[in-house]
Design a binder for this molecule. Structure first.
Ligand code: FE
Length: 149
């Protein structure tokens, strides 16, 4: 994806402002690269083992690639065999929102960004301690920022 396009041409992007955003899909379509848009707003899922973070181990923070909202710390990321970046908890309570998803003939729990409402992935109950949760995310809607040394 073209990360620079998303950030430089995106008036809503902020890593400090947490106020909820109300932006139409049409407007997002003009702002986001197509590959980010397809996951974030059309709820597509990237192929397993294809994203940039599924086996990534850097120390830092993961932000929403759509709006800049802080989502996960690297110390909540765990090695999962599923092929998508997996976390056992979000960075704070309201950073993500869970909603029921009955698409594709399944009942799953979808995870949305708590600030912009973009689709991030799904959450399952087969994660490791201490939460037992697995936030199964799409790499393309995450931006990793390494900690400053
Ligand atoms: Fe967001």
């Amino acid at each position: 994806m073209n990360k620079e396009k998303n950030i430089s041409g995106n008036p809503y992007y902020s890593r400090t402002v947490t106020t909820a955003l109300k932006v139409s899909d049409e407007e997002w379509k003009n702002i986001l690269s197509d590959s980010v848009y397809q996951v974030a707003r059309n709820k597509e899922t990237e192929y397993a083992f294809s994203g940039k973070y599924w086996n990534f181990e850097g120390t830092g923070t993961y932000y929403c690639a759509v709006c800049g909202n802080a989502l996960f710390r690297s110390d909540s990321k765990f090695a999962s065999s599923c092929g998508w970046p997996s976390f056992f908890e979000s960075i704070r309570k309201n950073s993500t929102v869970n909603v029921e998803d009955r698409s594709h003939g399944m009942t799953r729990t979808e995870v949305l960004c708590g600030r912009c409402g973009s689709h991030l992935g799904h959450i399952f109950d087969d994660g490791p301690p201490p939460t037992g949760k697995r936030y199964c995310m799409n790499s393309i809607v995450l931006d990793f920022e390494p900690d400053k040394k």
